[in-house]
Ligand binder design. Structure first.
Ligand code: ATP
Ligand code: MG
Length: 398
């Protein structure tokens, strides 16, 4: 049987709606894919009639093609990725390519063919192609049954100006917009479950992420710092994370705990964290802060406390999880691949010097009065200069 060249066809929808920006978005997605697929046997990536096509080197094994598709499907901007073959616009060859594609699709019972031609210069129209290619597949796999409604496998056939593309394996992508198309944010990242998901949600909308992690060092061990580095490693696979600032906050928390009313500690720590994150955002020319708060999830995440922390900064604070339930967040963390890392227990600055009964309805004037007791402005400068910066391989820089 002829060996056809393997391809991954990248489908996107949102990009298609962007009118005159379309070319810019396609170029960015294409560049991001090129960057993330370094090290894989990719010959080239080309635009073909409303899709991007990743051409794989001759002889690329099925498993490698699957790994490429798995990577592609997690890239922001990708709505779907189909893994198959390209061949000439010859219906007999297309039938053979369909058989090869179906072979890759593994165990299944029912199938249908969905063909489309983007150029009417191809003599066979799509209905006819469906029948002819369906026949070829049926001949090679007599046990497979054609079913129009909800088949197990849909064999996609796309005929464009100069070639045709045939696939039977197709995976949903994560959607969103290509990284680099929506500016930069600073995400406050604990080693907990929520904040990596929050950062990821904003990255999926095209933002580049600068992470900030506040550890309890020197009052706690540096475990949380390693965990955040591992979490950033997971995000790095999608090219969305540029840096993480690691900030030891223990000394400052100790001082706050010493001088301020115990009930206000949490709000005061948070205001310090937000301010330090904002100072980093200004340095990095980022436009917003991102946190993993979800309304009412823990006692401190009340509207009053959110208001009291927001009042410490002027940049907008994005909270993509504010309306999410914990279970939804956990499922996203599992899908993203951060859940196991986040489940490792580690003390960070939030677990340090916790009061017995934290204020859940902090009043701003009481908070402001408490902040008179320590030189937070001076601290912010020091905190930013003391931060350790980890860098990651990011795309979207062109
Ligand atoms: P997470 O699972 O993200 O830790 P959480 O449910 O534990 O969230 P909180 O501890 O109240 O909630 O934290 C709320 C948000 O504040 C976090 O989602 C994160 O954005 C930020 N934050 C908390 N602790 C830290 C930290 N040590 N470093 C950086 N940001 C933090
Ligand atoms: Mg936490």
């Amino acid at each position: 049987m002829t060996r056809f060249q393997r391809i991954c066809l990248v489908h996107y929808h949102e990009i298609g709606l962007k009118g005159h920006n379309r070319a810019a978005f396609e170029n960015r997605l294409s560049e991001n894919l090129r960057f993330l697929l370094e090290g894989f046997p990719v010959v080239t990536i080309r635009r073909i009639s409303g899709r991007l096509c990743v051409f794989l080197r001759e002889g690329t094994e099925y498993e490698v093609a699957c790994a490429v598709s798995e990577l592609i499907r997690r890239v922001p901007g990708v709505a779907r990725v189909s893994c198959g073959y390209t061949c000439e616009r010859d219906i007999a060859l297309m039938g053979q390519a369909a058989v090869a594609a179906v072979h890759d699709a593994g165990d299944f019972t029912t199938f249908k063919v969905a063909a489309r031609r983007n150029h009417t210069d191809f003599a066979i129209h799509s209905m006819e192609m469906n029948v002819l290619i369906g026949d070829a597949v049926g001949e090679a796999f007599p046990d497979k049954i054609v079913r129009m409604k909800d088949p197990d496998v849909t064999v996609g056939v796309e005929v464009v100006e100069s070639a045709s593309y045939v696939y039977a394996l197709s995976l949903p992508g994560i959607g969103g917009l290509p990284v680099g198309s929506a500016g930069k944010v600073v995400a406050l990242m604990s080693s907990g479950i929520d904040s990596p998901v929050a950062a990821w949600r904003i990255a999926r909308r095209g933002a580049r992420v600068i992470g900030v992690h506040f550890s309890g060092r020197p009052q706690t061990a540096s475990t949380s710092e390693y965990l955040v580095d591992d979490i950033a490693g997971v995000l790095e696979r999608t090219g969305c994370i540029a840096k993480v600032y690691i900030v030891p906050l223990g000394t400052y928390q100790y001082e706050i705990a010493r001088v301020a009313p115990p009930a206000l500690r949490i709000v005061l720590y948070r205001r310090l964290m937000y301010r330090a994150a904002e100072a980093i955002a200004r340095k990095e020319h980022a436009q917003a802060l991102v946190t993993g708060e979800s309304l009412g999830q823990v006692a401190s995440q009340t509207l009053e406390n959110i208001r009291a922390t927001d009042a410490a900064v002027t940049l907008p604070v994005l909270r993509p999880l504010i309306g999410s339930d914990k279970l939804e967040i956990i499922n996203q963390a599992k899908d993203l691949g951060t859940f196991d890392i986040s489940s490792v227990p580690a003390a960070d600055c939030c677990t340090l010097f916790m009061p017995r009964s934290p204020e859940t309805h902090a009043k701003l004037d009481a908070v402001l009065a408490a902040e008179e007791l320590y030189p937070w402005e001076e601290w912010i400068e020091r905190i930013v200069s003391e931060a350790e910066v980890h860098t990651y391989r990011q795309c979207g820089l062109h």
